[in-house]
Design a protein around this ligand. Structure first.
Ligand code: TMP
Ligand code: ASP
Length: 236
């Protein structure tokens, strides 16, 4: 199996077609953006860390009954994944108020939510990924009722598994974003990445932010935070 043409270049990754029509190769970049691309920068070593962290977590999830697009890590930055059509929804799962939820509802960051919150955004850069609800998703035919139920069920199971797993590593899973895709036979699988770019990770003891908020908010120590996450998850 070999890389053929580039299918897509996103803000943090490139996706290549391969000689196998059912497989793609993703290549993680060090480029970082925030606020829908308004803020741009580089986080040295981020591509390697996000590739390795994502694959580590996807393997754990797969072993715990969550189907994922992961196939095989082939280098520091590159991974073979199943070819999927991405469902154009970002699923955001929140355990603790932070970021846009804190702003929207005037909730102090760090407020524990009484119940896990799921939000959906329509993946559309031109529109700034607007928040939508289940009715919009069905009305726009982004997913069927059954698919949406499956996505929400997987998202809550992922949250439970990851929260417990990270708690043991002294990491609080504050919130995170997931994307799902559909394989050629219609199976829904977890796709995209799970990394410090797409999750809020707080040190359970110090409360220190160990994620992309350090870049978004110019807090400094960005590379160190990504390294720390890799060290806690992969032991290096
Ligand atoms: P938010 O508080 O800015 O809505 O972010 C919620 C979570 O989703 C947070 O863990 C960061 C992640 N996220 C992404 O992965 N991509 C995005 O484009 C945005 C806005 C958030
Ligand atoms: N990656 C997103 C962007 O640049 C936003 C973010 O992660 O804050 O739009």
């Amino acid at each position: 199996m070999e890389k053929t043409s580039q299918l897509y270049e996103g803000k943090a990754k490139k996706v290549f077609a391969t000689t196998d029509p059912d497989l793609c190769i993703v290549s993680y970049k060090d480029d970082a953006t925030a606020f829908n691309g308004l803020k741009k920068g580089t986080i040295l070593g981020k591509g390697v860390i996000n590739n390795r962290v994502t694959n580590h977590l996807m393997k754990l999830l797969e072993n715990n009954g969550i189907p994922t697009h992961f196939v095989e890590e082939i280098s520091d930055r590159e991974t073979i994944v199943k070819k999927v059509s991405i469902i154009p929804i970002e699923v955001i799962v929140r355990n603790i108020a932070a970021g846009s939820l804190s702003k929207r509802l005037a909730l102090e960051e760090g407020t524990k939510l009484g119940k896990t919150v799921i939000e959906y955004c329509y993946k559309n850069d031109d529109l700034g990924d607007p928040m939508i609800n289940e009715y919009h998703i069905l009305a726009m035919d982004f997913a069927t009722e059954q698919e949406l139920k499956q996505i929400a069920d997987y998202s809550l199971r992922i949250n439970k598994f990851l929260s417990e797993y990270l708690q043991d590593l002294k990491i609080e899973l504050v919130d995170f974003k997931l994307e799902f895709g559909k394989t050629s036979d219609g199976t829904i699988v977890l796709a995209d990445e799970i990394s410090p770019d797409t999750c809020r990770f707080w040190d359970t003891v110090s409360g220190e932010k160990l994620d992309k908020d350090r870049f978004r908010r110019d807090l400094g120590g960005v590379e160190d935070a990504y390294q720390e996450i890799m060290k806690r998850l992969l032991g290096e």
